[in-house]
Design a protein around this ligand. Structure first.
Ligand code: SAM
Length: 404
């Protein structure tokens, strides 16, 4: 009879530290028996389990997932591993963006390489609007304010399955679901914190029975190919380095005859009175930083070519302008004070860190934006709503999904 192996012996055999083995025991990953004196003793089964745990950890799975997979308590191991694969893919894409941008910046620097890299890459790889509570509030305000303008006519028939990638905190999700009371939604976001916030919002709205919120990457949506009736995307493509790839992936999960609806903004279509160079400089900071992060704050004007290049048919785009003025104090408040200005003001720190603007000019620009809500002021912003169809008779892969 073998007596089993001590934690020290196993540490030596596996290359893991004793501390890690103890931690894995506490987290239920590999919990060996104990000697009468309380020392850990690993039997043959524990050693097999340990090697399995090492394999799963090497894939990058977090400890609690490893424990659930080994304990047989994960309800759907295949789905867990597929979601993990999507995360790895997303990470690779982020790294590719960082790599390409760094190579581009380094090819173009003068003597002060470090300053150039710091200036040009401040926001690389990050979500330009951030994930803090102010941003969540902004997204909720934006959804409520602009619901009529952006959602008008966006309804889905009873029984339809709708995929909403990049659902964020669920601000649009609840509006979409409320306007299509017979449709079923799968709403996904790359970030776990957004998923948790969206799920809570959906539950609070009493929609949890037909809105499934989960983690997922728009480039590899967690639904079978050809299974979705409609896709609806709000303010996501503007953040993606390669939106055309996301659109191709979305077209593939649509059934033949299914539709896509995309709503995005375009900062280039912003106008206001009184005009202000400082306010324009603040908006430009946000555009630059978003571009550095791989996105495009002016994507609205590109929606038609992007959808067409991804292989969608019947592509149509309608501009939807929100115009705030004295006759629409509600819009001045919600669009300018609570949506647009907080969004651009949110890049103050990275804009200053990147040396794009002085703090005095930034603050003056924000004040000038808010001044447009005072008597005599006006403010306009144009959103673009694009629709397209996956034609019943075309092939799954477009012939030229290149950059539009
Ligand atoms: C501006 S927010 C929009 C949220 C929501 N659609 C709305 O309009 O309120 C963009 C969201 O897209 C998510 N996102 C970014 N890249 C993504 C990706 N590759 N797959 C899925 N979601 C992504 C971000 O985490 C963020 O929550």
């Amino acid at each position: 009879m073998t007596r089993g192996r001590t934690v020290g012996e196993l540490a030596e055999a596996t290359g893991l530290s004793v501390r890690v083995l103890r931690h894995w025991d506490e987290r239920g990953v590999v919990s060996p028996s104990r000697t009468p004196a309380g020392h850990r003793l690993y039997g043959a089964d524990d050693v097999v389990r340990l090697h399995r745990a090492i394999t799963l950890r090497a894939l990058g799975l977090p400890l609690d997932r490893v424990a659930a997979l080994l304990n047989g308590t994960d309800p759907d191991p295949a789905a867990t591993l597929r979601a993990h694969l999507a995360g790895v893919d997303a990470d690779l894409r982020r790294r590719r963006t960082v790599r390409d941008r760094l190579a581009e910046v380094l090819a173009d620097t003068g003597d002060d390489v470090l300053s150039t890299v710091l200036r040009e890459m401040t926001m690389i790889g990050s979500y330009v609007h951030g994930y803090h509570e102010t941003e969540a509030t902004r997204l909720r305000d934006q959804a409520a304010t602009l619901a009529d303008l952006l959602h008008d006519g966006v309804t889905f028939p009873d029984g339809a399955h709708v995929l909403e990638p990049g659902c964020g905190v669920g601000a649009q999700t609840v509006v979409l679901a409320a306007r299509s009371p017979g449709a079923r939604f799968t709403s996904i976001d790359l970030t776990e914190t957004q998923v948790a916030a969206a799920r809570a919002r959906v539950e609070a709205a009493g929609l949890a029975d037909r809105v499934d919120v989960r983690a997922g990457d728009v480039h590899a949506p967690p639904v079978p190919p050809g299974s979705v009736d409609h896709v609806v995307v709000f303010f996501l493509l503007e953040h993606l380095p390669r939106p055309e790839e996301a659109l191709v992936a979305l077209r593939q999960v649509l059934r033949p005859g299914g539709t896509i609806t995309v709503v995005e903004g375009d900062h280039g279509a912003t106008s206001f009175h009184p005009d202000s160079d400082d306010a324009r400089a603040v908006i430009a900071c946000q555009e630059v930083l978003q571009r550095q992060a791989g996105g495009d704050a002016g994507i609205g004007r590109r929606l038609h070519p992007l959808l067409a290049a991804a292989g969608f048919d019947d592509v149509a785009v309608v501009p939807r302008t929100a115009h705030a003025h004295a006759g629409r104090p509600d819009l001045a408040d919600s669009l300018v004070r609570r949506t647009f200005t907080p969004m651009v003001a949110g890049v103050r720190e990275p804009a200053l860190a990147a040396g794009l603007i002085t703090s005095e000019r930034f603050d003056a620009g924000v004040r000038d934006l808010l001044r447009t809500t005072e008597p005599g002021g006006t403010f306009s912003y144009t959103f673009f709503r694009a629709t397209g169809t996956r034609a019943a008779s075309t092939s799954t892969t477009p012939t030229n999904p290149g950059r539009a």
